[in-house]
Design a protein around this ligand. Structure first.
Ligand SMILES: [Zn+2]
Length: 186
């Protein structure tokens, strides 16, 4: 399987957010490792940037992203990191999933707190949407409910996100990547 992360930027933003893209490329490598570890699936990864133009007739949202996904190839798992929230989603986060398709609202980091902010605001949400799709591919009938139950424990209970360092090892401090607690999938 090929997992292709696509980082969306507006024309106004294209000279900015280089640090975000450096993080995204490292995060893609991390998820290659994480998917093998937790789902026993081998994935190839790819990353690129998509510069979007303002469209005054149609707001960029899930239908246009789905169209882009099908135009590229529905055999490839496309994962869009977007500067906007989905207008509608059945997820308990700012993301959306479908077969071989994912999107999240990617929040840009501010100041010099770069990696910690990106890990907390974005990386964990990516793991939410990846988990839906990977559990679905494993024929888990509860691929929606399981993720949402664990997700609410992260936010409403005292369950901590899993924390990984830059070498993809579990860590207790200064994590570079945060994910949903996959030990609860069983
Ligand atoms: Zn969800």
């Amino acid at each position: 399987m090929l997992l292709h992360f696509i980082f969306l930027l507006t024309e106004d933003e294209k000279s900015q957010h280089c640090d975000d893209y450096i993080y995204i490329k490292k995060m893609a490598e991390f998820y290659q490792f994480w998917i093998k570890k937790n789902f026993a699936i081998d994935v190839e990864i790819n990353c690129d940037i998509l510069i979007t133009k303002k469209n005054i007739i149609q707001r960029l949202d899930i239908p246009l992203l789905m169209k882009d996904h099908f135009n590229r190839s529905e055999q490839i798992y496309h994962f869009y990191l977007c500067y906007f929230k989905p207008i509608w989603t059945d997820c308990s986060c700012d993301g959306y999933h479908a077969e071989n398709f994912g999107m999240v609202w990617w929040q840009h980091a501010k100041d010099n707190q770069h990696d910690p902010q990106l890990a907390h605001k974005n990386c964990a949400v990516v793991s939410h949407e990846l988990s839906h799709e990977l559990l679905r591919q494993q024929k888990n009938k509860h691929y929606i409910d399981i993720v949402h139950q664990i997700w609410s424990q992260h936010f409403l209970g005292d369950l901590e996100f899993q924390q990984y360092d830059e070498n993809f090892c579990i860590t207790k401090k200064n994590p570079k990547f945060l994910t949903i607690d996959t030990t609860k999938f069983i």
